[in-house]
Design a protein around this ligand. Structure first.
Ligand code: PMP
Ligand code: GLU
Length: 394
């Protein structure tokens, strides 16, 4: 039958992270012993005090539509969190709660971009950025970085990428997929360039802010001249292991928050009420309540770097945050491994899935064709076994 779908969906790629996770699930259900290191999803249980808050919300009959942009007391908790962790002052009218940070990002794209507006994406970037931008008829402009600069964009690279059509720059720090963390000086460098271009807006995706092994998370909105043009994106999926509860939020200029509220009012009517109530408990708790997860990720990061470092052909940087490593495996390109010719990162990721039963994600999905992404949000036992299997097949 003829394809009757819209050009919009026909030209959209499937999320590579979710596709690989689905593939790994399918193979597992067929009885294959797959170790899934493809999905960026904490493997911890949600802390009990958050679960209790959700149970209470059910008993207290939080069953109606919430305000579209989130409950006022949740927005107050978010404002307190921005102040406490980031030194940022956002009023309640500058905050919008959404169904995951993914929706926050989609809202921003839909309310900010016109046909042909360019969005600078330092590559590697999180898999969904480019498709979200394209959905809103924006044009992603990738700025390639490499392992030599720890996958960070320099001010010179930013300057060169700016054109009269540049509307925004989107980036995550700590970065998914590279784990790189922009420090104060590096963000000051980018801000110096942006100050010369007052019409460019910034999306600062800080969803991994607490999973930071060097301390000192810096929000670009805090840097001179950036506050009025930055939308700070965050959520509870990563820090509180609440991926399935689907709560994300933004802080930004009031006129942007208002537009996101209007857009969301026609799309979802607002985020899940029970999950919003539970998020208040999560955000009000001291950071020390999640320190055990961060310490564990730190330990695993060191383990994975040590074990992967023993494999010839894996070129690694030292990720300072998030829970991914992003090895450059381009030294395998053009080589034949156990009868399989490896031409690119997708071939390599497929080879690992088929021959080692380990699911990873090709770097191509993140705008870097020399790397693969390995999530270490898995148990030490699984990580040891997965890397031993990888070593055996390469
Ligand atoms: N931004 C980044 C950098 C991410 O890795 C993710 C992954 N979930 C998201 C946003 C979206 O998070 P969520 O929708 O679960 O809040
Ligand atoms: N952000 C996670 C990842 O990059 C979850 C999957 C997704 O939302 O795409 O793996």
């Amino acid at each position: 039958m003829k394809n009757h779908l819209s050009d919009r969906i026909n030209s959209m790629s499937t999320s590579a992270t979710l596709a690989m996770a689905a593939k790994a699930r399918e193979l597992k259900s067929e009885g294959k012993d797959i170790i899934g290191l493809s999905l960026g999803e904490p493997d911890f249980n949600i802390p009990d005090f958050i679960k209790e808050a959700a149970k209470q919300a059910i008993d207290q009959n939080y069953s109606s539509y919430s305000p579209v942009d989130g409950y006022a007391d949740l927005k107050q908790s978010i404002a307190n969190k921005f102040k406490r962790d980031n030194g940022l002052t956002y009023g309640l009218n500058q905050i919008v709660v959404s169904t995951g940070a993914k929706q926050s990002l989609a809202n921003i794209a839909m309310v900010m971009l016109n046909d042909g507006d360019e969005v600078i994406l330092p590559a590697p970037y999180w898999v969904s950025y480019s498709d979200i931008v394209k959905l809103a008829e924006g044009v992603p402009v990738e700025v390639p970085t490499s392992i030599d600069t720890d996958f960070k964009m320099t001010p010179e690279q930013l300057e060169k990428a700016i054109t009269p059509k540049t509307k925004m720059i989107w980036f995550s720090s700590p970065c998914n997929p590279s784990g790189s963390v922009y420090n104060q000086e590096e963000l000051e460098g980018l801000a110096t360039v942006l100050r010369k271009h007052p019409n460019i807006f910034i999306v600062s995706d800080e969803i991994y802010e607490h999973i930071n092994f060097i301390g000192g998370h810096v929000s670009i909105a805090n840097i001179d001249g950036m506050y009025d043009r930055t939308i700070t994106v965050n959520g509870v999926s990563k820090a509180f292991a609440m991926t399935g509860w689907r709560i994300g939020y933004i802080g930004g200029p009031e006129w942007i928050a208002k537009a996101c509220n209007k857009f969301q009012g026609q799309i979802t009517s607002g985020a899940n009420a029970i999950a919003q109530r539970a998020t208040i408990a999560a955000l009000d708790a001291p950071i020390s309540s999640i320190k055990f997860m961060i310490d564990e990720f730190h330990k695993r990061r060191d383990l994975v770097l040590e074990l992967l470092g023993e494999i010839k052909g894996f070129n690694l940087n030292v990720p300072e945050g998030a829970f991914y490593v992003f090895p450059d495996i381009s030294s395998f390109f053009g080589k034949t491994l156990n009868g399989t010719l490896i031409n690119n990162a997708s071939d390599f990721a497929l080879y690992l899935l088929e021959k080692a039963n380990v699911a990873t994600v090709t770097g191509e999905a993140f705008g870097n064709a020399n790397c693969i992404r390995i999530s270490y949000a898995a148990s030490e036992k699984e990580l040891r076994e997965a890397i031993a299997r990888i070593k055996a097949v390469v």
